[in-house]
Write a protein that binds this ligand. Structure first.
Ligand code: NAD
Length: 489
C-alpha cells in the first residue's frame, strides 16, 4: 500500500462487478444463484457473486466465438495498445487492487501490493510481445521449393486459475492469449473471484471488444469446465492449480486433443551449502518461504542445510520468522495474514502435527491460535528427516521445515527426490558448485543465491509432475500460437 491513510474496504468492494463477465458486461447467473466470498480474517461475508452454470458457460463461449475472427484480425499493434491501456488502468488502481486481493485472500497487504505490481506487469510485457510474433523463411535444402513458417492464434482458450495469486495467475494467461489474437474464457477459483472480475472490467474500459474476455466464477468447477472442454470450439486449456486436478484436465483434453499448458504443484527444495553467505541465505529463505504467507507454488517447501552451517542458519531463520506479525492482512504493520480458508488452515495444522509425531522439533509456532479467522502462525520445525512424509507434499503455509545433509551429492539427491520439479533454490559462494548444482537440480526454475525468482520476462514453469509449458518470457506467447508451414514453389 502506498501512503493512503484511510483504508476503506467497503468502497473497494462496492466498486467491483459481482455478476458473471460475459460479452463485455456484468450479468446475473442464468439460474439466479450466487455464492458468498468471505473475509478469511473474520469469516464474515464480503459480497455475494453470481454462480455460473453450464448454460452461462455456453453463452460465454458463443460470445467468444462470435468475437474471435475480428480479434484475430485486429492488428497486433492495436491488440498490444489495449493490453497496455489495461496495464495503465490497473497500475493507477494498484492500491485498491491490492486491498481487494487482501480482502478475498487474507494475506498481508505488502504481499498484495507486490502482486498488484507483478501481476499487471504481464500485461505490459505481452503488450510488447504482441508486435514480435514472427515467422521464418527458408529455401528447401534440395532446391525443391521454399518453406514459409507462420504463426496463427491457437483458438478460443479456457483458463482455470487458483486462488493463491488472484491477479497474476490470470494476467499470465490473458496477456499472451490476447496478444496472440485469441479469445479467452477464465474460470477463477471460487475463493477469490473478485480480482478477476475487476480485471475484466478494466479491460472493457481499456477498449477490449465484448466477447474477447469472459470471467465465469462458479462453485460448479467440474461441470462448467467439462462443458467447455468437451465443446469442440475450445482449442486450448491453460490451467494453474494442483497436480491431481491438472492430471484430470489433461485426460479430458486428450479426448479432443486440445493444446494444454499445465502449471501444477511445487515442492521447492532450498539448499544451503557450507560455503554460503548465511545472512544472505536467511534473507533469501525468508522471502522464499514467507512470500504470500507460504501460499505459493514456488514457496520453499523443504530447507536442506549442510551440517557445518545448520545451527547458525536455523537460529537466524527462526529469529527472523519470530518477528513476523500475524493478524488481519489489511491491518497496518501485519506481515502475515490468515490463510485463505478453514480447509487450508486445517491442512497446514495436520501437516505440522504429523511432522511432530514423526519426530520434528518445534522451534517456533506450531499451533493455530483459535478464534475467528483462518490464522496459522509462522512455524519452524527442525531435526526433520529429509525423506520424512512432511517433505513429500506441498505445505502451502508459513511453515519452515529444516533437514540437514552432509555431502553435495546427498543434498542434491534429497532435493530431487519428489515427483515435483517447479522451482528450487540454493546458496553457495563457489562458482563451480553454482554451475554444477543448478544443472543437477530437476526443476524448471532455479534460484541461485536468491529467494525470489518470478519475473514476467522469464519463462515460468516446471518439469516432472509440476507441469507442461511456460508462462512469461518470450516462451509465454508461443503457448497460444499454432505453427503453420506454407510450402511455396
Ligand atoms: P486446485 O487444483 O484445487 O484448483 C485450481 C482451480 O481448478 C480452481 O479454479 C478450481 O476451482 C479448479 N478446479 C478444481 N477442481 C476442478 C475440476 N474437477 N475441474 C475443473 N476445474 C477444477 O488448486 P488450488 O488449491 O486452487 O491452488 C493451489 C495449487 O495450485 C497448488 O497445488 C499450487 O502449487 C498450484 N499452483 C501452481 C502454480 C504454478 O504456476 N505452477 C501457481 C500457483 C498455484
Amino acid at each position: 500500500m502506498s501512503d493512503k491513510e484511510v483504508i476503506d474496504p467497503q468502497a473497494v468492494l462496492d466498486g467491483v462487478p459481482t455478476g458473471l463477465w460475459i460479452d463485455g458486461a456484468s450479468v446475473p447467473s442464468s439460474s439466479g444463484a450466487t455464492f458468498v466470498v468471505d473475509d478469511p480474517a473474520t469469516e464474515e461475508e464480503l459480497v455475494s457473486v453470481a454462480d455460473a452454470t453450464v448454460d452461462d458457460a455456453r453463452r460465454a463461449l458463443d460470445a467468444a466465438v462470435a468475437a474471435a475472427d475480428d480479434w484475430a484480425a485486429t492488428p497486433p499493434r492495436e491488440r498490444g495498445e489495449i493490453l497496455r491501456h489495461a496495464f495503465e488502468l490497473l497500475t493507477e488502481r494498484a492500491d485498491d487492487l491490492a486491498l481487494l486481493m487482501t480482502l478475498e485472500l487474507g494475506r498481508a497487504l505488502p504481499d498484495s501490493a507486490g502482486e498488484a505490481r507483478y501481476g499487471t506487469e504481464f500485461l505490459r510485457w505481452f503488450a510488447e510481445e504482441a508486435v514480435r510474433i514472427s515467422g521464418r523463411f527458408t529455401p528447401a535444402p534440395a532446391g525443391t521449393g521454399r518453406i514459409l513458417v507462420t504463426h496463427a492464434p491457437v483458438g478460443p482458450s479456457l483458463a482455470i486459475t487458483p486462488w493463491n495469486f488472484p491477479l497474476a495467475m490470470g494476467t499470465r494467461k490473458i496477456g499472451p492469449a490476447l496478444a496472440a489474437g485469441n479469445v479467452m474464457l477464465v474460470k477463477p477459483a471460487h475463493e477469490t473471484p473478485l480480482t478477476m472480475l475487476a480485471l475484466a472490467e478494466a479491460f472493457a474500459e481499456a477498449g477490449l471488444p465484448p466477447g474477447v474476455l469472459s470471467v465465469l466464477p462458479t462453485t460448479n468447477a467440474g461441470e462448467v469446465s467439462t462443458a467447455l472442454i468437451t465443446d469442440d470450439r475450445i482449442r486450448k486449456i491453460s490451467f494453474t492449480g494442483s497436480t491431481p486436478v491438472g492430471r484430470h484436465l489433461l485426460a479430458q483434453a486428450a479426448e479432443r486433443v486440445q493444446r494444454t499448458s499445465m502449471e501444477l504443484g511445487g515442492n521447492a527444495p532450498f539448499l544451503v551449502f557450507d560455503d554460503a553467505d548465511i545472512d544472505a541465505a536467511v534473507e533469501g529463505a525468508f522471502a522464499a518461504k514467507m512470500r504470500n504467507g507460504g501460499e505459493a507454488c514456488t514457496a520453499a517447501n523443504r530447507f536442506l542445510v549442510q551440517s557445518g552451517v545448520a545451527e547458525e542458519f536455523t537460529t537466524k531463520l527462526t529469529e527472523k520468522m519470530s518477528a513476523v506479525r500475524l493478524g488481519p492482512g489489511y491491518e497496518p504493520g501485519v506481515t502475515l495474514g490468515p490463510l485463505v480458508s478453514a480447509k487450508q488452515r486445517d491442512k497446514v495444522a495436520e501437516t505440522v502435527d504429523g511432522a511432530v509425531a514423526d519426530g520434528a522439533r518445534v522451534l517456533l509456532g506450531g499451533k493455530a491460535p483459535g478464534g475467528k479467522g483462518y490464522f496459522y502462525p509462522a512455524t519452524v520445525l527442525d531435526q526433520v528427516d529429509p525423506y520424512a512424509p512432511v517433505t513429500r507434499g506441498e505445505i502451502f503455509g508459513p511453515v519452515a521445515v529444516i533437514s540437514t545433509f552432509t555431502s553435495e551429492t546427498d543434498g542434491v539427491k534429497a532435493a530431487n527426490s519428489t515427483e515435483y520439479g517447479l522451482a528450487s533454490y540454493f546458496y553457495s559462494r563457489d562458482l563451480e558448485r553454482c554451475m554444477r548444482v543448478s544443472g543437477a537440480l530437476e526443476s524448471g526454475m532455479v534460484g541461485v543465491n536468491r529467494g525470489v525468482i518470478s519475473d514476467p520476462a522469464a519463462p515460468f514453469g516446471g518439469v516432472k509432475e509440476s507441469g507442461i509449458g511456460r508462462e512469461g518470457g518470450t516462451e509465454g506467447i508461443e503457448e497460444y500460437l499454432s505453427v503453420k508451414y506454407i510450402a511455396l514453389t
